[in-house]
Write a protein that binds this ligand. Structure first.
Ligand code: ADP
Ligand code: ADP
Length: 229
């Protein structure tokens, strides 16, 4: 599950100014695609359209062949997890922040998701790791650690499609690369869309799409794009 397609997608926030000019994307289920490009290219707009904060003006977006306008809102929100750039944590524990809004989840599931999936290698450089820090207050965390908590919270929802909407862009490139590498290592099989600024941190994506001015300027693997210059 989790095959995403954009077919001839046209969209503008305002009818006078089209932002996406007929976009085609094919993101196979379980693959990782990185969407890079200059600020204002329309990258975050893609994420907002997938979650139906807005609807396309022309064309369509499908998940597993189904137009997302025909999917119930609850199912769509369950299918997609979005991690935004600036996570605001509650001044409460890491565990609380990960479990917030996940009322169905037990404490064990929260700790399991965090420890097993997201936090292992995330809240790192601590001898006793996650267990010692699950009770630590979110406001004390670094920017990178906050984003790791946000990713863990989203992974707990276990969405077939994960979108990192510049979730790591504000971090230094080493931290960004580190988080993306950890995620890739634990997230085999989940369709993952990484919206990013730096091509250098998304080298391992199955497909890199360079968006510029609302059209796909280039697409390919990292190696292919380097050869294009
Ligand atoms: P990116 O993520 O690539 O930086 P965005 O998708 O955020 O780009 O924005 C694409 C274009 O849409 C930009 O020109 C931006 O100013 C415009 N835009 C973004 N959000 C809105 C909005 N809510 N209303 C009007 N214009 C917007
Ligand atoms: P969930 O409980 O599944 O995370 P939410 O309703 O809290 O569902 O939101 C889903 C994701 O969408 C969250 O990661 C949230 O940050 C993001 N989100 C919610 N509202 C907006 C918005 N207006 N613009 C951008 N992202 C949003």
């Amino acid at each position: 599950r989790g095959h995403v397609r954009f077919e001839g997608v046209r969209f503008g926030y305002d009818p006078e100014r089209e932002i996406l000019h007929g976009l085609d994307l094919d993101i196979p289920a379980g693959s990782t695609v990185a969407v890079v490009g200059p600020s204002g290219a329309g990258k975050s707009t893609l994420a907002r359209l997938m979650y139906r904060f807005y609807d396309v003006d022309q064309g369509r977006i499908t998940i597993d062949g189904q137009d997302i306008r025909d999917v119930q809102q609850g199912s769509l929100r369950a299918a997609i997890g979005i991690v935004p750039q600036d996570t605001v944590l509650f001044n409460d524990t890491i565990g609380y922040n990960i479990g917030y809004g996940r009322e169905g989840a037990s404490q064990a599931e929260i700790e399991g998701a965090a420890a097993g999936a997201a936090i292992a290698g995330f809240i790192e450089r601590q001898p006793d790791g996650y267990a010692a820090r699950v009770g630590e207050r979110g406001l004390k965390l670094s920017g990178g650690e906050k984003q790791r908590v946000a990713i863990a919270r989203t992974l707990l929802k276990n969405p077939p499609i994960l979108i990192l909407d510049e979730a790591t862009s504000a971090l230094d490139s080493r931290t960004e690369a580190d988080i993306l590498a950890t995620l890739q290592a634990i997230e085999r099989g989940r369709t993952t869309i990484v919206i990013a600024h730096r091509l250098s941190t998304v080298v391992h994506a199955d497909q890199i799409v360079v968006l510029d001015g609302g059209v796909v300027a280039e697409r390919g693997t990292h190696g292919e794009l380097l050869r294009l210059g």
